[in-house]
Design a protein around this ligand. Structure first.
Ligand SMILES: [Mg+2]
Ligand SMILES: [Zn+2]
Length: 186
């Protein structure tokens, strides 16, 4: 069993530059629910970790974000998937909190609260801050090319010196995780 951390925007649903502000603006990416169902059926634990600074800036409220997450989880369950927890950072970049990615705070809090064994854990994200958060938490990063992935990959060489896996989308990431034995150094 592997713990699979997932970023939300750009991995599970379409990324929006101005935040997902309603369920109406939440659009699942093709195959995302099915990929989570696949991971669930193989016994992996899925945890979502997302920055939602729109709460700090007033574009979103906590109630709204949590309502969107309830509906997201409902759709995932209907597809046969299960999510052990959804963790979000409500702070602005300037707040200097420890939970906002690239910090590892969300992952570490999840692993403490859910008593996760991070041995072999992975973090699938579309941002370099996801890769950085993964590395800071000691889990294996995987970059997807959905969402901001393609543009972020172009910037990676200047920012991240550790090798990381790059895959097309969450379905491809799930297939690699199912095969086990992710090692970027071999
Ligand atoms: Mg993202
Ligand atoms: Zn935070």
């Amino acid at each position: 069993m592997t713990v699979v951390f997932l970023d939300r925007d750009g991995v599970i649903n379409e990324n929006r530059m101005d935040y997902v502000k309603s369920w109406h603006e939440f659009h699942f990416l093709p195959g995302a629910c099915e990929a989570i169902a696949l991971l669930t059926s193989a016994g992996h634990q899925v945890v979502i970790c997302t920055n939602q600074a729109g709460i700090a800036t007033g574009s979103l409220t906590i109630e709204l974000v949590e309502a969107i997450h309830r509906r997201m989880l409902c759709a995932i369950v209907q597809a046969g998937g299960r999510v052990a927890g959804v963790y979000y950072c409500p702070h602005s970049k300037q707040a200097g909190c420890t939970c906002r990615k690239p910090g590892p705070g969300l992952l570490l809090r999840a692993s403490q609260e859910l008593q996760l064994d991070l041995q072999g854990a992975v973090f699938v994200g579309d941002g370099l801050t996801d890769i950085q958060a993964a590395l800071a938490a000691g889990v294996t990063p995987i970059l997807v090319l959905t969402g901001r992935g393609k543009e972020q990959l172009r910037l990676a060489a200047d920012v991240i010196t550790t090798p990381f896996l790059v895959v097309e989308d969450l379905s491809a990431a799930a297939k690699i995780i199912m095969q086990g034995g992710i090692c970027v150094n071999c």
